[in-house]
Design a protein around this ligand. Structure first.
Ligand code: AMP
Length: 281
């Protein structure tokens, strides 16, 4: 596996593959790789002859009181995992390569950015959209792979690539979970043993909520009960909401089209997010 640290090197390598007629898939990550990221790599390999994995802890998507400086950066381990997974290229730019002095452009996506994490992390999706647009323009892949774990992010990226006519297919990959239902996340390392024991309650309560709503329970009181249950168990709810699965528009009534239940909770100093499909019966 090759490591590229500059846009020029990335472009030279990808141009060579494209000239040989090979499809290129991009997997954008912030590193601290786990089986969820490797599922994206596997999906990319099933789709594209060549797979580029970017590792970039993007300062623009962190709020001033968030964990940018403490975010895990185990580069040697990440490279070993990508090598074993058979990725072709790790693209690991320094912050100055992505945001050189004088950088002054921000991409703001409306629609799916509204509410949920967009309301609680001001500027977060501007940071995500700006860096993803840059990575897509730099790597010029045929397809890019994003986890459903960050469902709102996936919808924001889809909206942006459509709106800007970026010539790339955006592929969503199902969430990889621990056996107890907890979605894998690089931030799970922040959980204490006691918090790790409590964390799967988020997914458990969400699954119960989804089946109640799918059986016809009224969404508003069902969500209120779920929020109360989570709060009682020490998972402090930031939001738990039912949204249209495609547009992320809020849904008040029992869904008649594909919907999504999305949540963020705080457990100690760790913020956990999760989401599940709600299929109308
Ligand atoms: P991150 O490094 O957290 O920015 O994530 C990079 C990509 O991996 C994003 O597209 C995430 O949605 C995806 N991802 C993170 N965790 C998981 C997971 N548990 N299952 C599937 N995809 C994931």
């Amino acid at each position: 596996m090759v490591v590229a640290r500059s846009v020029a090197e990335l472009r030279r390598l990808v141009a060579g593959w494209r000239a040989a007629g090979e499809r290129v898939g991009l997997v954008p990550t912030m590193g601290a790789l786990h089986a969820g990221h490797l599922a994206l790599v596997a999906a990319a390999q099933a789709h594209s002859r060549r797979v580029v994995v970017s590792i970039f802890v993007n300062p623009k998507q962190f709020g001033p009181r968030e964990d940018f400086s403490s975010y895990p950066r185990p580069e040697a381990d990440d490279l070993a995992k990508l090598g074993r997974a058979g990725a072709d290229l790790a693209y690991i730019p320094a912050v100055g390569e992505i945001y050189p002095a004088g950088f002054a452009t921000t991409i703001t996506v409306g629609g799916p950015s509204d509410g949920l994490c967009g309301a609680h992390r001001p500027g977060h999706f501007d940071g995500v959209a700006t860096v993803v647009a840059k990575l897509l323009i730099q790597a010029a892949p045929d397809a890019a792979f994003f986890g459903e774990k960050d469902y709102q992010q996936l919808m924001v990226v889809r909206r942006m690539t459509q709106d800007l006519n970026l010539p790339v297919e955006i592929v969503g990959v199902p969430t990889v979970r621990e056996a107890d239902g907890l979605a894998l996340s690089s931030r799970n390392v922040y959980l204490s043993a006691e918090e790790r024991r409590l964390a799967p309650d988020l997914n458990r309560v969400m699954r119960e909520t989804v089946s109640a709503i799918a059986r016809g329970a009224a969404p508003a009181p069902t969500l209120q009960r779920a929020i109360a249950t989570l709060n009682e168990r020490g998972l402090v709810v930031e939001y738990l909401e039912l949204r249209d699965a495609a547009t992320l528009a809020p849904l008040a009534d029992t869904p008649t089209r594909a919907a999504r239940l999305l949540a963020a909770v705080h457990l100690g100093r760790t913020r956990l997010i999760d989401n599940l499909p709600v299929v109308p019966t």
